[in-house]
Design a protein around this ligand. Sequence first.
Ligand SMILES: NC(=O)c1ccc[n+]([C@@H]2O[C@H](COP(=O)([O-])OP(=O)(O)OC[C@H]3O[C@@H](n4cnc5c(N)ncnc54)[C@H](OP(=O)(O)O)[C@@H]3O)[C@@H](O)[C@H]2O)c1
Length: 344
Amino acid sequence: MSGKLSRNLVGGVGHSVPKYAINETCSFSFLKSSKMGPSPSLSVIKSENAKISFQYTPVAVFVGGTSGVGRALAEAFARYTKGNTCIIIVGRNRVAAESIIASLPRAGPSVKHEFISCDVSLFKNVRQATSVILAKYAKINFLVLTTGVLEFARETTEDGIDRTMGLFYYSRWMFIHELIPALVRARTDNEDAKVLSVASAGLGGKINLANLWLKNTSYVSFLQSISTYNDLMVDGFAFHYPSITFIHCNPGWVRTPLGSGSSSLLFRIWSFLVNSPWSPLSYFPYSPEDCAENQLYGMLFTASKPSAWRIGQRGNDLGKQGYCGDEVARDVLWEHTLEVTGSK
Ligand SMILES: NC(=O)c1ccc[n+]([C@@H]2O[C@H](COP(=O)([O-])OP(=O)(O)OC[C@H]3O[C@@H](n4cnc5c(N)ncnc54)[C@H](OP(=O)(O)O)[C@@H]3O)[C@@H](O)[C@H]2O)c1
């Protein structure tokens, strides 16, 4: 354990090429079980997570940590490290963030938790939030990205991008890109540096390199493309920054308020039914807490060395399951994203 997480050997040697590159199967199903690598039981996962301990005080940023999966991951991280983690929550809902932060344990006065307000749908806001974070933290050990909405409507932002794509892809890419110096610095100091993008690993589809804006695509094709964009995002960053661990995960179906703010009545009713304790639908999804256990395990134990990883709903390694990318697509999307986000 490289100074770092017990049991999680993070060697200094990275991989210049992501560990998977060629598509074998492309398929899509919301409820598809994503088990490929071994999936330990939840009780085993919890007992492994309980062994987490760091020889330093990690800095962990949760973009989308005001609700649902992001919130549960922030809480689990703080609890398992016994308050020895600086937690930074990024989002719009200040009231929710302050209530979460007030409930998080702190190991001592040197451990600080804080909220950074940011509507991530605009590039200028992402740049501002990341510059505030970089001004305060020279090192970042964990960056967790969970922003999202359930939305049929296609709305163009002042940056000229689709708002949903902004939440699921462009803003996530920008957070990683802007915060890379702090992640690299953590690795240089022989500490962990890991990025987790919570979206839909294993549910990707082929993408059209001539239509990276996803104009006039069906909703299913749009969702499949977003999954593949996240695969290619972790591939691209792992290729350019081989000392860091980049993960795209699928959390499975989780009981969260996702969809409650949607413009679609269908999604709002769905969200209500999933979250109502009297609804039979509420029994099927993972609780946010169990999802957080699975994904914490995936991030800390399954993704055991610097590379690009795809993790399933039980924290298991997905390998190439549902992977629809290749090196050409990775590089074309990388260039497109540099240009669209003004990061060239
Ligand atoms: N729940 C599921 O069953 C499920 C299944 C598969 C994948 N996922 C994915 O997992 C991720 C987390 O979902 P969740 O279920 O935890 O949803 P959630 O509870 O609704 O959380 C979504 C988070 O995104 C943030 N967010 C939304 N729009 C934002 C914006 N414009 N600027 C900044 N932050 C914004 C929200 O924060 P503020 O309100 O503070 O802005 C909130 O913290 C999403 O990407 C989702 O697609 C979820």
